[in-house]
Design a binder for this molecule. Structure first.
Ligand code: HEM
Length: 183
């Protein structure tokens, strides 16, 4: 994945646990680069190794690390100059979720090797919807849960998200039931 993702993991760890903890995680992950370049595409394996090492050092499950990371990503991308793009993508949570593919299509203009996820909304009601998540990658569903929680904060909306179908359990795609209530 693009360096932006690995940098966001670094930023989350440094801001919450300090630089020394980050160095420990990087060393445990066997990563030798001094710093990640935002616009460079790195093998996915680097990101997976970072999550695994962070999980061991911080004594959290890999799923907890990915969920925390997803939540952090919403603020991080805004700080990194993508706030306007986020603001253009919807005025409330359901509208934003319907626009996720357009958002990544725009991101793809600056990141030509992007392999974006794809999201589909179904059964949209006033306070709930089903969110289908498609990806060329595996194991990122916990990150999606964190992302939706982060978006709930952005839109001052109470969110309850549960996974209703899982590729890990043989389903064709991951699916979530998202319940929301503006505060
Ligand atoms: C302006 C804000 C955003 C930017 C700049 C952005 C950019 C990116 C980038 C660079 C990647 C790595 C993919 C690659 O390197 O091939 C990625 C992946 C991903 N993004 Fe976004 N993204 C944004 C917002 C969001 C939001 C709000 C969601 C909420 C659901 C989201 C969901 C994901 C997921 C799940 C992945 C993992 C890739 C996969 O599933 O295969 N992104 N995004």
């Amino acid at each position: 994945m693009y360096g932006l993702v690995n940098k966001a993991i670094q930023d989350m760890v440094c801001s919450r646990f300090g630089e020394n903890t980050w160095q420990e995680i990087k060393q445990k992950a066997g990563i030798e680069v001094d710093f990640f370049m935002t616009m460079e595409a790195y093998p996915d394996e680097i990101t997976h190794r970072l999550v695994k090492a962070a999980s061991a050092v911080l004594n959290l499950s890999p799923q907890e690390v990915m969920q925390a990371f997803g939540e952090y990503w919403v603020q991080y991308t805004a700080w990194e100059g993508y706030g306007e793009l986020m603001d253009m993508s919807g005025d409330n949570l359901p509208e934003f979720l319907e626009n996720l593919d357009n958002l990544h299509a725009r991101v793809g203009i600056s990141f030509p090797q992007l392999q974006p996820p794809s999201f589909e909304c179904a059964d949209i009601e006033e306070e709930s919807l089903k969110l289908r998540y498609h990806s060329t990658r595996e194991g990122l569903a916990p990150m999606v849960i964190g992302l939706i929680k982060g978006l709930g904060k952005k839109f001052h909306t109470e969110v309850d998200i549960s996974q209703t179908q899982s590729r890990d359990a043989g389903a064709e795609h991951d699916e979530f039931l998202v319940k929301y209530k503006p505060q």
